[in-house]
Design a protein around this ligand. Sequence first.
Ligand code: F6R
Length: 262
Amino acid sequence: MDVIILPGPEAVGSHAANLIAQRAAANPEMVLGIATGSSPLGTYRELALLRAQGQATLDRVRCFALDEYVGLPDGHPASYAVVVADEVTTPLGLDPANVHIPDGSAVDIHQACLDYEQALTGAGGVDLQILGIGTNGHIGFNEPISSLASRTRIKALSAQTRRDNARFFSSGDAVPTHCITQGLGTIMDAQEILLVAQGPSKAEAVAAAIEGPVASMCPASLLQFHPRVTVLLDEDAASQLTLTDYYRFVTDAKPLLIGEGQ
Ligand code: F6R
């Protein structure tokens, strides 16, 4: 795992965008796993900027979102279908036919989850997965005590996650109770993972994920088992780590290898 501590949220976005652009240059049809929420927004904006400057070519990139709320009406502004269209598909110039999001309004949710796994497999799996992290250590919407081997399925959101995400809705009660999320096993199948976290509210979860024991109480800690993970943090998100001197030393010692394996 590469842990890279950057001066602020802007630097996190720009570093992440450059890494994605680099991977897309090497593999123009790559499958990019996308997270929603606020953490990767800076990354998507920087990536759109790189594209506008001719420094990123993304038109053949294929995308799979991590998750979607269950039961929101079509076109709801907080649905990940709308967020992905506005923040990813349009600004990055992706072909909408290449952008996949779990179907949170499916009549048969179980079948929709199986279909999503099948579509992922059919695309050859995720090459690069972008992740945020919840204040409770979730990745995707795999809440604490999720099975470490889980696949795409319906999950009940925790009270903490519903409180955290109330800012995207008119009220706390308007936050859906359930979602479809890729499982932890699904996420771990990605060839490479890029986790971004900013701000003091993420510090405890980040420390537990990186330096704590691997435990379903902190689902992101499972990433310790993945061979190719880069974690980009601003100073606030990194503030509860104990080995920061070591992470800075490693980053300084191999600038050319960042993101190239750990
Ligand atoms: C969203 C997702 C979640 C978020 C996490 C952090 O697709 O998978 O794991 O990344 O809840 O959310 P923000 O970034 O809004 O703090």
